[in-house]
Every structure is written in C-alpha cells, then in structure tokens.
Design a protein around this ligand. Structure first.
Ligand SMILES: Cc1ncc(COP(=O)(O)O)c(C=O)c1O
Length: 437
C-alpha cells in the first residue's frame, strides 16, 4: 500500500451483499464511511490489515473500534480459542479460565480487588453504576458532557453526539425510546473544569450514587490536577469514583488509565483491548463494593444482581488471559507508544504545514484530529469543529488503502514501522485535497 494505491470498485458480489444488508439489517453494523460510494463488506483481517469482499486491502486504524489492540487474529488468540473450543465454552458455572483471568486482572489493574465478568463495555458501565448506587444507597449518576459510556439508558445522556447543550447539570437525552425520568437521574458536568464539577457534586452529594468519568474523555486529555481533584473530592464525600476504562484499559498501560495517570478509582469498567474482539467486559473494584454482588450482599439485604448467561464464558476469558500474557512481555508498550506517537506527531505537523486548522488530541495509541481553530479541552469547546473535513479525511485515506473510524486513529501492537511510514506518506499525499475541502 503506497500513495499510488488504487481502490478497486465494488464487485457484483459485494454490491449484492450490500443490497441484502439494506434489506435485512436495521442497523448495528457500521459503514466505513458516511459516503455510500465507500460502502464495503469486510471479508477478513490479520495483524494490522483488513480486506473487503472486492479484494481491497487496508492498513487498519479502526481496529474494530479499539478491541484489536494486538491486531487481527493474533496467534495467541487463535491458539487460546482452538485449544479450548472442543471442550465447550458456555456453562454458566465457575470455570478455570474465568478464575485465571480474574486473578490476572486483580494483579495488574490497581483498583481491582475483585472482578465480575460481562459481555460488553455497555454492560460493564451499567453494572458498575448499579454497584455504586447500591453501595451508596443513592440514585443519581454524575457524568461528563460528551463522555460515552455505552448504549444503556443512563449512559445515553449528553454523550458525544450532543449538539444542543443545556445548562449544567441538566442532561440531554441522545436517543428516543428513553424515558423522560431517566434524565432526572443523571447530572452533567464539564470535563476538565474542576471548579464547576465540584460545585455540582457538593450541591448534589446527598443524591449521588457515583461519579463516572472516562479518564481520557473521548480524546480530551485530563488537565493536570483534574482527575486528582475528582479523586480527592469523591473520597472526602464517600461517593464512588468510577473510571470507564473501556477504551483506556490495557491500552494506555497494562493497568489502564489509572496506572498511566496515577489516579486510582473505587471501581472501573473495562472491555475492549484484551478480548481479541470476542464479546467481553468486566467490572473491577474495591472489595467492600464488589462484595455486594456476592454472598455478603445477600446477607446484608443489598444484593446486586450482575451475572448473565455468557458471563465468564471460557473463550472470552481464555483469550483475555492469553493477550494479557502477550502485553506483559518486556518492551511492548514502549514499542507501540513510539509508533503511535510518531504517527500522531507527523499528522499534526502535516496539518500545520498545509495550513489546515486542527488540533490532534489524545494519547499515542488513541488520538484524533479535531478540525478547529481553537484549543479544545472538552465537549463544548469542540462543538465548532469541521465535521465535513473529518469525514473527508476518512474517504481520502480509504482511497489510499487506509481504514480509520469517524473519530480516532487506534494504533495496535501489530502495526509495523513500515505501516506507519506508509500512512505518513499517504497523509502527506492527501493534504492538498483535504485542504481544498
Ligand atoms: C468509553 C466507552 N465506554 C463504553 C463503551 C461501550 O462499549 P461496548 O460497545 O462494548 O458496549 C464504549 C464503546 O465504544 C466506550 O468507548
């Protein structure tokens, strides 16, 4: 894949599959672009590459929206699945793969004295919220404007799609079908504004079940002292602080954002980076809060229900343990961060040289160009960004054999130095067209 890459048009087979998709799928699977010209049916992936049904190969920075942190079809994942599958997967019963993984997570994730297993990031944040509410005996959730915590009703409040902003702490629903009462149980605060957040938390302390935060809020990096201030305040008021580590967990560091930023929450919700794309999520946290999900919860009359049919299934757990084993090898994070940082820096420099107003925000393996001519620190300051240019970048990259999501570039351990070089060359090549709009 080079700047001279030529994307093949959809074959008859791909066109037919796309027509069937329109006919039968309501939604739930994404397109690679909002532009129908770029519709594709994905056929496979290995390492840093994916390919479509028409035979186009792409360097993949979408990575399934983050979970393929070690690349597609990692050999350790394939081996874990193959060696366990013949002996069954789903039993609803305690199994050795789940026990091994719980012990590993407790060892590497700072807040995780105990762990529970689920099937997605949305489930993990939902159950972390429920546990925190039960612990505190209060109903309300404080979350940050623009933060995304998944698809459950309380999470879909003033999330990343919010364009009509309300006065803090009023929540704005992001979906029809959610009851009006739900919004009353959610308070919204501005990320990176500790003073306003503290005022809201102190005013509503008696109603709050927890404060939930994406420590890297989408790609808004926490200002120095922001997470530390939240920690101090919630500790003082005994309000559980929940980190949504669905993106940052095992990605920013083995111990996630809590290790990377050095702030340890009471609970965390994790998912993507270690399951090789198999459905997976977990809640980890303080023993006394997590205990409400077990016998102690039953005995105290405050039992929290959190398990489901597939919780702790063998495949997801065996793969996650195997991939944590890979991530623990010396030098893994140094290498992936160096590659990500090189790409991120090159993108910022190329945008600057092309005189395209933009800020590239995030961390080395999860970053995003915001096309805007002012500093962005939170959702509200990002609102004037040029979303058309964002989508245009996606299409110009596809033309050059590079796949990226609508928001972030995700970098994996499978990306080679050559992939990064190729991507930088493609970015340099597309800048004049991106500038032209
Ligand atoms: C920070 C964050 N929390 C929660 C979720 C929801 O995870 P899932 O899609 O696995 O339900 C996502 C998904 O992108 C996320 O980015």
């Amino acid at each position: 894949m080079t700047a001279s890459y030529t994307r093949k048009p959809s074959t008859a087979q791909e066109k037919q599959l796309l027509a069937q998709s329109d006919q039968h799928l309501a939604c739930g699977i994404r397109s690679a672009s909002i532009n129908p010209e770029y519709s594709m049916v994905i056929a496979g992936g290995r390492g840093s590459r994916v390919w479509d049904v028409s035979g186009n190969h792409y360097i993949d920075y979408l990575l399934g929206s983050g979970p393929m942190f070690l690349g597609h079809s990692h050999p350790a994942m394939v081996e874990a699945v193959q060696s366990r599958l013949a002996a069954g997967n789903s039993f609803l019963l305690t199994n050795d793969a789940a026990i091994e993984l719980a012990a590993l997570i407790a060892e590497v994730v700072p807040c995780a004295e105990k762990v529970s297993f689920h099937n997605s990031g949305s489930e993990a944040t939902l159950y972390a919220l429920r546990l925190a509410r039960a612990y505190r005996g209060r109903d309300k959730l404080l979350k940050f404007e623009g933060a995304y915590h998944g698809m459950h009703d309380h999470a879909l409040m003033s999330a990343q799609w919010t364009t009509k902003v309300a006065d803090f702490p009023q929540a704005v629903s992001n979906s029809s079908g959610i009851t009006a009462n739900t919004a009353e149980d959610v308070l919204i605060a501005p990320f990176n504004d500790l003073q306003t957040t503290e005022e809201i938390i102190r005013r509503h302390a008696d109603e709050l079940g927890c404060v939930m935060v994406e420590p890297l809020c989408r790609t808004f990096v926490p200002a120095p002292g922001f997470l530390e201030g939240l920690r101090e305040l919630t500790h003082e008021l005994d309000i559980p602080l929940v980190f949504d580590e669905v993106v940052t967990g095992f990605r920013l560091a083995l111990g996630g954002a809590q290790e990377y930023y050095g702030v340890v929450p009471d609970l965390c919700a994790g998912a993507k980076a270690i399951s090789g794309g198999l459905p997976f999520g977990f809640v980890g946290g303080r023993e006394d809060i997590m205990a409400l999900a077990g016998r102690a919860g039953v005995e105290s009359g405050r039992h929290v229900r959190l398990t489901g049919t597939y919780s702790g299934n063998v495949m997801s757990c065996a793969v996650a343990s195997a991939l944590i084993g890979e991530l623990r090898q010396p030098g893994v994070y140094e290498a992936v961060n160096a590659k990500g940082e090189r790409l991120r820096k090159a993108l910022q420099e190329l945008l600057l040289a092309a005189d395209i107003p933009a800020r590239v925000l995030g961390e080395a393996t999860a970053f995003q160009p915001w096309f805007i001519d002012q500093d962005v620190i939170d959702h509200r300051s990002s609102l004037g960004y040029d979303w058309k240019r964002q989508f245009k970048l996606q299409d110009l990259l596809l033309d050059r054999g590079i796949l990226k999501g609508q928001e972030k570039f995700f970098v994996s351990t499978a990306h080679s130095d050559e992939d990064i070089d190729t991507t930088i060359a493609a970015l340099a090549d597309l800048m004049p067209e991106l500038k032209a709009g």
